[in-house]
Design a protein around this ligand. Structure first.
Ligand code: AMP
Ligand code: ZN
Length: 466
């Protein structure tokens, strides 16, 4: 039974989706104003693990992951360059998906962009105006926090005192408000100013929070199962999403909330504003593999902080290499016939340990330990030549299943079967007989690339895996 920590209840709960067998989930995506850093990717890789593990458990998934393609930073940077916001964000969107794919993440079913959902945002804002939960002030529209008594139920912040300065992002809404806690749903934009969209309540542009309410409810319905994002989004972003969505619909917005802890560097949160960040590309340029970066990011359970170090990344590099070599060795081992009952029980135990760990609030560290234990045990059996033909498939299947969640073994090189190798050797012999030495050398090189070494002996050609 899958159990995980729900920020909303502050407790570990059993997971029961609203509809049996189906999970609808929303994860806040990047603001596409720059390259995402590996701190951002820690949160997104967790989203990928969450998605893949739910699939492993047999659920059908609808996963929505948005791109925030309009905000103050985007508007300012585009204006500085004298281009439109779409022109400004286009390359960053492309870089983002390139990095996303390279990190082995599965593309979510829906990846909406904020600027393509302005009518949906206007509709929610209009509902909030109509039911007294939003008001106009100097041309902008604000959410009236006093109209939503449950405000604070996610972040558990006590709002009886003064909260001004509670968040960097709240300070960017410097407009006239009834109450310091009220936040902008729609910001007034002048007639000739860009970007701006027409709405019944005046030309403007959306606040950040309304974007996620609109995009999640459009694709997942008014109530859905899981909403996730980084720790910093709990307040004010997610608290405000709840106020907007539940204020408009009168229904529960999301049943489970998951927040990822930060990736730190030298014990300081990695962030653009602090300048202490590495992008995925920075690390690739330094020669680290995407698999090692992915391994490092997922190796610490999401509710624990992860301190980034190059030693840690180097260790991850050796680990993924060891895992790949292990799979290769199992694929290529010369196995005697039959089955070794110890392997059967090793594989079963590893599977049970893996699942128990992931069911326990996504304990990725313990799930990885289950994989490493299996590797150790099978290596011992292989050293004793006690990996038998039926065991090989068992072990390879287990790896495939674990990797459907973690994606750390990478693509497997297509394996040459003994029969393929012998056919190629025969073709090479024929080429030599017809004095086509170019072709015979080509075949020898192809085999060498796959690690097959040929020895010409007086009894004919012998081969071995190098
Ligand atoms: P942004 O592009 O700023 O909207 O952030 C995208 C996601 O990355 C959000 O879910 C943030 O909470 C998350 N995030 C930002 N910095 C870090 C970090 N250092 N570690 C983990 N997640 C982060
Ligand atoms: Zn969001």
């Amino acid at each position: 039974m899958l159990r995980f920590f729900n920020t909303l209840s502050r407790s570990v709960e059993e997971f029961h989706p609203l509809e049996a067998g189906k999970v609808r989930m929303y994860i806040c995506g990047p603001t596409v104003w720059n390259f995402a850093h590996i701190g951002n990717f820690r949160t997104f890789v967790f989203g990928d693990i969450l998605r893949r593990y739910l699939k492993y458990k047999g659920y059908a998934i609808t996963h929505v992951f948005n791109l925030t393609d309009v905000d103050d930073r985007i508007i300012n940077e585009a204006a500085r360059k004298g281009i439109t916001i779409d022109e400004f964000t286009a390359p960053y969107i492309q870089y983002f998906w390139e990095d996303f794919d390279a990190l082995g993440m599965e593309r979510p079913e829906v990846t909406p962009r904020a600027t393509h959902h302005i009518p949906e945002m206007i509709e929610i804002i209009q509902k909030l105006i109509d039911n007294g939960k939003a008001y106009e002030s100097e041309g902008s529209i604000y959410y009236r926090i006093t109209s939503f008594p449950e405000y604070g139920k996610l972040s558990k912040i006590n709002f009886s005192g003064n909260i001004a300065g509670g968040s960097e992002r709240i300070d960017t809404d410097k407009y006239e408000k009834e109450d310091a806690r009220d936040f902008a749903l729609w910001k007034l934009v002048g007639e000739n100013e860009e970007p701006g969209w027409d709405a019944p309540f005046g030309r403007g542009r959306p606040g950040w929070h309304i974007e996620c309410s609109a995009m999640s409810m459009k694709y997942l319905g008014e109530t859905f199962d899981i909403h996730a994002g980084g720790q910093d989004l709990q307040f004010p972003h997610h608290e405000n999403e709840i106020a907007q969505s539940e204020g408009a619909t009168g229904k529960l917005f999301a049943k489970y909330w998951i927040h990822s802890e930060f990736l730190k560097i030298d014990d300081v949160t990695m962030s653009k504003s602090k300048g202490n960040f590495f992008t995925f590309r920075d690390l690739r340029e330094q020669g680290y593999s995407a698999l090692a970066i992915r391994y490092l990011l997922l190796s610490v359970p999401t509710r624990k902080q992860l301190n980034f170090t190059f030693e840690g990344l180097q260790a991850a590099e050796s680990t993924v290499e060891r895992l790949r070599n292990f799979r290769q060795a199992v694929s290529e081992a010369r196995c005697g016939p039959g089955t070794n009952p110890f392997i059967d029980s090793s594989v079963a135990r590893a599977g049970a340990d893996f699942e128990a760990a992931m069911d326990d609030d996504f304990n990725t560290a313990a799930a990885l330990a289950a994989i490493h234990n299996l590797v150790r045990e099978i290596n011992t059996h292989m050293a004793d030549e006690m990996l038998l033909e039926r065991d090989r498939a068992l072990v390879l299947n287990a790896i495939k299943k674990f990797d459907s969640v973690f994606g750390i073994f990478g693509e497997q090189e297509p394996q040459l079967l003994d029969a393929d190798i012998e056919a190629m050797i025969e073709e090479r012999q024929q080429a030599r007989r017809s004095r086509n030495f170019a072709r015979s050398d080509e075949i020898r090189d192809q085999l060498a690339e796959k690690g097959i070494v040929l020895e010409d002996t007086k009894d004919g050609v012998r081969w071995r895996r190098g």
